[in-house]
Design a protein around this ligand. Structure first.
Ligand code: G3P
Length: 286
């Protein structure tokens, strides 16, 4: 454990290995491989990996809790359709890199298509870096569809633009956030969403989830309305910890959304139910 109660990178690596061993042990116990088998009412003492992330400073509870939102982090229309058809999608986030891999030839038209697919917030990012340019691009994007949320980089001119957009009732997603002070300033400027990039912090040996914890605490201490949109999510445990910490939104690649529902005991259990059902039907067949 690090000083702040978060696991170190080594601990995280160990947790991953523990998780693999845990899954393997479940398979052995349930399938009765290698002399072990699970008896009815056996306590499942499997040294379950806990992760162990805790709030450093538990945030004040929201006066009115709102359900966690799931956004899909892609510009690919097929992926957006697939995520939407699961029935649990609340919105979409795009950025210039995602447009490069999944976007259509016309940016504005592509954003319109996404907005028509999903009944929820769709972040579309400006590429200007000066105040006037950000304002011009953002106002144009906001006119495309009522679902559009203008994504603005966390730079000085971006902060100025957030304030003006807020005065004009244009909703914003302040992106590329890597520190709690950046998030505090964005909230003061009236951002609708703040996007802390947790995976990219992990990439440089810094605990990305700690930033979520800090921002949630700060916002709740003062009642800022800005929603914490955890971005750069790479795996389901990011989602678990974001949910425990009270992030308002998790934006994830489609692959991570799909992994959220995977569990080997579900697959093994279903396989067994179907085999037993087949055997039962055969036994009662005339
Ligand atoms: O929405 C942007 C963010 O999610 C980027 O993720 O994986 O490129 O760091 P990633």
């Amino acid at each position: 454990m690090g000083d702040c109660g978060l696991p170190t990178l080594d601990a995280e690596r160990n947790a991953e290995q523990d998780a693999e061993r845990y899954t393997a042990r479940i398979r052995r116990l349930v399938l009765g491989v290698g002399g072990e088998s699970l008896k009815l009412n056996d306590p499942l003492e499997l040294d379950r990996p806990t992760g162990g992330l805790k709030h450093t400073h538990p945030p004040r509870p929201r006066s009115t809790p709102t359900p966690m939102k799931f956004f899909v982090d892609t510009a690919d229309l097929d992926e957006i359709r697939e995520a939407r058809d699961m029935g649990v999608l609340d919105g979409v986030t795009t950025n210039p890199s995602l447009m490069k891999t999944g976007g259509g030839a016309d940016f504005h038209e592509h954003i319109y298509k996404i907005c028509e697919l999903v009944d929820g917030d769709v972040s579309a990012e400006v590429t200007a870096t000066d105040y006037a340019g950000i304002m011009e691009e953002g106002r144009t994007l906001a006119r495309i569809h009522k679902n559009v949320v203008v994504k603005v980089p966390l730079i000085l001119d971006g902060i100025k633009a957030l304030k003006t957009f807020s005065d004009e009732n244009i909703r914003t997603n302040c992106t590329l956030c890597f520190s709690p002070t950046q998030a505090l300033v964005a909230a003061k400027a009236g951002a609708t969403y703040i996007s802390p990039f947790i995976g990219r912090l992990d990439d440089v040996s810094t605990e990305g989830l700690e930033l979520i914890d800090q921002i949630v605490t700060i916002y709740r201490n003062y009642g800022y309305e800005t929603e914490v949109l955890a971005a750069s999510i790479r795996h389901p445990m990011h989602v678990v910890h974001c949910a425990q910490m009270g992030a308002d939104v998790a934006t994830m690649p489609l692959g991570v959304i799909k992994k959220l529902i995977k569990h080997p005991l579900t697959d093994i259990g279903l396989e067994r139910f179907l085999q037993d059902w087949k055997a039962y039907r055969e036994s009662v067949a005339v």
